[in-house]
Design a protein around this ligand. Structure first.
Ligand code: SAH
Ligand code: SF4
Ligand code: F3S
Length: 431
């Protein structure tokens, strides 16, 4: 009998890709995916605990599926991801109708969990994770995520990830290489290497070495990676980015704050000056590179002056784009215990100032691309306009073009005709 699974994913790319692995494992067990939770035999929530809001969202959605179970007692409800790892069996206290719980390192346990052959909480530390290659049911046929490392050892003072994803562990380069080669065989054109801190990748080789190795896989046209930590961004990596033809000219390099005082309290391990030096070096050696960042507004103890330093930093650096968040205290982290927590209104006000300054910069940067020729990888039809196709530049900017006869996955040249806040418009040109 075919059973169906519905999966709801919260959080970062790590979780998005874990959901692909969860579906891959379940597919082997005879499950097929459904988009409708009311029809599913198994409902999985792949959760995120990075900020309070993500947690709240999950718990309110979880409350909603309780009634499904009343109607169809045989369905199973499972909790995966970072909340599962952090809360473990506490989840049963809040939601006794949950059937089983498994953390990011225990996806391989799914077969036993669904059949009830093992205890319903699987959150053990699993060092074998780096050599357990799980099948992934990838959502897209052109772009693929590839995990290169698990966990994080950085313990930034605000962050829950080291507690939910465990210790940093890198996959052997051979395993990564075979996965990428297989993806190339299947027709994938772009890979994004995943890790909380990819540039501290270290197994038999280091991260620049891994890039050099993967750059030689025929059929793959573009290589991206997220996320990079400024502390581990070496000259060697910058050299690899500038020298390797498939490695794209984009880096997501979260700065978090423009104040060295706050960076110290955050335990980021670099000052603002260190950060600026890395940015200059990237721009000098990788012409045209786009640099994006994450910013936290209203960290405990952040003064008005600290905040203004962040605003100044945004103006000085001119990021291509940022993700900015209000500081959210996470239980068990050091920042949650620090003095000087700020009122919500102050955090909100600072966040909106940050977003406002950046929005203008992003738009100016995008407009400056008008008239340039860019190479884009066609990802398919535009989500907002049926008459258009969407692709991305090597620098990871979205470009919409009029519909023409090209296949998904093709790389074409376009002239940028308009730069907007969140995307570019272009028209195809003959090379
Ligand atoms: N490993 C990545 C980031 C993972 S979390 C890195 O180090 O860059 C993604 C982003 O969420 C972080 O960069 C940070 O800006 C934000 N974030 C993490 N914890 C947070 C918290 N407690 N409150 C607000 N934002 C947070
Ligand atoms: Fe969190 Fe810092 Fe690790 Fe990123 S590097 S996951 S922000 S602890
Ligand atoms: Fe969230 Fe876990 Fe990712 S906390 S951001 S899903 S690593």
């Amino acid at each position: 009998m075919v059973r169906t699974v519905y999966i709801r994913t919260f959080g970062c790319q790590m979780n998005v890709h874990d959901s692909e692995k969860i579906l891959g494992v379940l597919q082997k067990e005879g499950y097929s995916e459904t988009e409708d939770p009311r029809k599913a035999d198994l409902i999985i929530f792949n959760t995120c605990s990075i900020r309070q809001r993500a947690e709240h969202k999950f718990y309110s959605e979880l409350g909603r599926v309780k009634s499904y179970k009343k109607r169809r007692s045989k369905i199973q409800i499972a909790i995966a991801g970072c909340i599962a790892q952090h809360e473990g069996e506490n989840i049963f206290k809040k939601a006794p109708y949950v059937d089983f719980i498994f953390g990011p390192q225990n996806i391989h346990m799914l077969k036993d969990l669904t059949s009830g052959r093992t205890a319903p909480v699987a959150i053990k530390d699993n060092p074998e994770i780096v050599i357990t290659d799980l099948p992934a049911k990838r959502a897209d046929g052109v772009k693929a995520w590839v995990t290169i490392m698990y966990g994080c050892n950085n313990f930034c003072s605000y962050c829950i990830v080291p507690y939910t994803r465990g210790r940093e562990r890198s996959r052997p380069s051979e395993n990564i290489y075979s996965e990428v080669a297989e993806l190339a065989d299947k027709g994938y054109k772009e890979i994004t290497l995943l890790g909380q801190n990819v540039n501290s990748y270290r197994s038999d080789i280091d991260f620049p070495g891994l890039l050099r190795r993967l750059d030689r896989v025929g059929g793959i046209e573009r290589i991206r990676f997220v996320t990079s930590h400024p502390g581990d961004l070496s000259g060697e990596l910058i050299k690899a980015m500038s020298g390797l033809s498939k490695v794209c000219e984009h880096i997501h390099l979260p700065m978090q704050s423009g104040s060295s005082n706050i960076l110290r309290l955050m335990n980021r391990g670099y000052t603002y000056d260190d950060y600026i030096r890395k940015v200059s070096s990237l721009r000098e050696k990788v012409p045209g590179i786009s640099i994006t960042s994450d910013i936290i507004a209203g960290f405990p103890g952040e003064t008005e002056d600290d905040h203004l330093l962040t605003i100044e930093a945004l103006k000085e650096i001119e990021f291509d784009g940022i993700f900015a968040f209000k500081f959210s205290p996470r239980p068990g982290t050091r920042a949650a215990e620090m003095r000087g927590h700020l009122p919500e209104e102050v955090k909100s006000e600072r966040l909106s100032q940050i977003l406002e300054v950046q929005e203008e910069i992003t738009e100016i940067k995008n407009r400056s691309l008008e008239g340039t020729i860019q190479e884009i990888l066609i990802e398919g039809g535009s989500e907002t306009d049926m008459e258009k196709l969407t692709g991305r530049t090597r620098t990871n900017k979205i470009v919409n073009i009029p519909k023409i006869d090209v296949e998904k996955g093709s790389i074409i040249s376009v002239e940028i005709t308009k730069g907007r806040k969140h995307s570019l418009e272009g028209r195809p040109i003959k090379k």
